[in-house]
Design a protein around this ligand. Structure first.
Ligand code: ADP
Ligand code: MG
Length: 253
């Protein structure tokens, strides 16, 4: 429990750092992005195009634009990680958020693998529904990416005592203990550059702990992976009070 508290503290100061960095990067980046795009458009419109500029039009500028897109994606993930917009606590149905996540990931997930969904009746939970949908999206995307040659995802919910339990199981490549140990670290990825930012599970971890829940992984190389998320039906009072203090009770600054 002590280690978990330290881990949470580390991730929350990291969250503040992330918010600061994201903010600093965003403005110059949008400036660079629009200039590169404008330059590329102008060069493409140039008739005839001087041969020494061909490489810029075909390679250099498109590659630069790709790099910028990647930075912008990382910054967007950083922002989410930093929870710049936590959203209000509301009552929600976890099964509905799962349905939202399945719709969002339809092209990347359902087209590639079989998805078996088993949902139990759940009581309404208190939390930030949009964030929970994002958790499910990240787990589904990771599962699908772990199965390049197809496979099966089993997604289920159930109630255990006063906790909602969500399981996402895949038949993919699985993970070594070394990978499992670093899973939730921001920027940890085993995917080739351009495919993973390594922020997905860091975001998931932040969301689940801010809901006073737990996430747990079981996996073995070539033997698939199972993520289990536990969410208290009503998060402890502390979280609800912290949420209120962001609201109308805060004096205007
Ligand atoms: P990303 O997907 O961008 O790499 P994540 O934080 O979502 O970042 O995941 C971090 C790493 O954890 C992945 O690169 C991968 O090595 C591993 N991982 C996550 N989910 C799975 C899974 N379902 N099966 C196998 N490996 C996984
Ligand atoms: Mg991911």
């Amino acid at each position: 429990a002590h280690r978990r508290a330290r881990e949470q503290e580390r991730l929350s100061s990291l969250g503040m750092l992330a918010a600061g960095v994201a903010h600093e990067i965003n403005n110059p980046m949008s400036y660079v992005k629009s200039n590169v795009n404008a330059l590329l458009m102008d060069l493409r419109a140039l008739q005839p195009l001087p041969p020494e500029l061909r490489e810029y039009v075909d390679d250099v500028l498109p590659a630069t634009a790709d790099g910028i897109r990647r930075v912008v994606a990382i910054v967007a993930d950083l922002r989410r990680f930093a929870r710049g917009d936590p959203g209000a606590l509301e009552e929600y149905d976890l099964n509905e958020e799962i349905a939202v996540a399945l719709r969002i990931t339809r092209t990347q997930v359902q087209s590639r693998c079989e998805v078996e969904v088993t949902l139990a009746d759940l009581p309404r939970l208190l939390g930030r529904p949009g964030q929970l949908a994002q958790v499910v999206v990240n787990l589904l995307m990771n599962a699908a990416q772990a199965m390049p040659d197809g496979g099966r995802i089993q997604l289920s919910t159930r109630m255990e005592a006063d906790e909602a339990v969500l399981c996402v199981r895949d038949t993919g490549i699985g993970m070594t203990p070394e990978v499992q140990a670093r899973l939730f670290q921001p920027f940890f990825t085993t995917k080739p550059a351009g495919e993973g930012t390594g922020m997905g599970l860091a975001v998931v971890h932040g969301i689940i702990t801010s809901h006073q829940g737990h996430i747990h992984v079981e996996s073995a190389p070539r033997n698939g992976t199972c993520f289990t998320v536990r969410l208290p039906r009503v998060p402890p009072l502390g979280l609800r009070l912290a949420d209120l203090s962001d609201g109308p009770l805060t004096p205007p600054s």
